[in-house]
Design a protein around this ligand. Sequence first.
Ligand code: ADE
Length: 227
Amino acid sequence: MMTIDIITVVPDLLEGPFSHSIMKRAQDKGLLTVRTHNLRKWAINKHAQVDDYPFGGGAGMVLMCEPLANAIEELQINTSYDAIIYMTPDGKTFDQPMANQLSMLQNLLIICGHYKGIDQRIRDQYITMEISIGDYVLSGGELAAAVVVDAIGRLIPGVLSDETSALTDSFQDNLLAPPVYTRPADFRGMKVPEILLQGDPKKVEDWRFEQSVERTKTRRPDLFKED
Ligand code: ADE
């Protein structure tokens, strides 16, 4: 059972992503719990203030130390986190090996920044891992957190009905996934490769591997050169 707590100033952004499909099933099966926490609950005053102007000037607001520290410490009373993750474009770029590793942990706390980010002292004091989902800037960490939770959640044993199916994903062996087809075998004259219709599992496996290699060489030669 994995528990993921998420601290955010926009909990509404995280309502949808975990309420459907595989993430919903993971939670219904009791394999995953995702809880979102509104940072405003730990606001410093009656104006529900959680952010302030940056020292030294400049555009944008910064999430303040006090609400974040209080939120993290309150959540830590009941849960011992294996990782406290801050979503940020200057973090380590998220990839499948990171998803695999995180899926083996039990309790995660994810902090979503907004505006210009969070006070550096919170990063220094509490954060154990900083993750970016790619070299572009989102308006907050929520969508990035949703990506990370989805990628991790589907890897928890028992979440996918056919447990081997995560193993055949793109990237699991540095290869992109092969093309897939379903009925009809002939769509407006466009035919499914004959080998997939013949019912020889060994031939299908070899064909898929060849296609994976070919796809990876043409689309992602950078992956192919690794190890
Ligand atoms: N917050 C804003 N942009 C982000 C990104 N690319 N990855 C993670 N968190 C972010």
